[in-house]
Design a protein. Sequence first.
Length: 445
Amino acid sequence: MQATLFYRQFLPQALSALLLLCSSVLYAADGDTTNDTTTDGNPVPAGAAALPDEQNTGDGASSAGEETQATDQNTSMRVIPDVAASRHEGLLQYLQLNNRQYEMVRLVAAESEFYGLLLTETRGQPQGGVLILHDNGQHSHWPEIVAPLRETLPAHGWTTLSIELPELPAAQPPARTPETEYSARMTTTPDSPPATAETTAADAAPGNAVPATPAADAADSANIAAIEKADASAEQDSVLNAAEPALPRLSELPPLPANANAAATPIAPAVDRNAEYREQMLTRIRQGVSYLNQRGQLNIVVIACGNSANWAVDFLLARSQSQPQAAATGGTAPDQAKAQERGLALILIDAVDNSLSPVPLNQQMVQLDMPLLDLISEQSISPAYANQQRAGAMRHKQRQQYQQIAVPAFDLNYDDSNVIVRRVRGWLKTNAAGTELATKTTAMP
């Protein structure tokens, strides 16, 4: 009875567990079959089943190619901005927004147009004209020093003209050396040095003679003499060489093919950016002074800032040397030299020796004998040693009209609190003030 009750109680549970186990085994077997077959029911190769990620390799490569193409398109559409042009265009827009476009004048030098900012004197007692040259990386209304000077000096009788100057060209790569001409003639073998008398005599010595045939054993393990092997191989080589015709000896290599388009397309001469920059600087300074002279300003003062100092000195030297000789006016040479310098003066503010100038600044300045003010502020990038050497060279040449003055940093104020403006105004009044010439009138008959 007890056994019967045991079977009745636990037999259904055992059967249920057995059914669950069988169903799980069948489900697992079905899953393995599904993974190893395709949608058509065919088995998947072992290599493809082992590397499932390789199925998406084509799609990844295509997407990567599309991304690269899109990146190339975006890169080709990029434009590098012209910083110098944007700087000057921003200034012109500033003048238009403030209704000051009447200050801008158009000038032409060497078939290139540039602008200048003109302000006439407002005192009623004209003293002369001031040509202002800004530093590299600035414009003709730079707020630190150019704008205060050009807007303050007209109230003291000076007509100011600040002109646009070209940008300093970027550093050019060094000039390429011409390629060596190819020589087609073969002289000596690179591997073997040329024979000399010493090497020939050394080789001909009895002790240094090279044997014609290398020494070998009398017989090898197969009892075959080494000489017989050498004779057999030599005979075989002679048979092969006899079947092939001999090649003619080349005395020289054939000439290289000439480029047919080389003569048809002339090579454009290289443009020297540095020489072009120097010519533009001098031409624009000359045109600015000529414009002031046309407006009746014969007493000219040039104010050069930073890198423009070399070109201002160069222009003043050329102008003083281009005056007519003393014999043409009947005066003596010293009197004529003083007359040449009577209407010219120079002011340097933080002068820097320009690397593109053919002559250093100190060597240029010692040739000038005219009123010259050399201002050095706390923001000057010129070494103190160079400033001292410049002042010493001028004292050595007995240039009594030269003054070097140290001033504090730039001030944006446009009143008498601006030390640089006050220094320039006072120096002009003492050393370069002009007089108004009476207009010659002809009496009517």
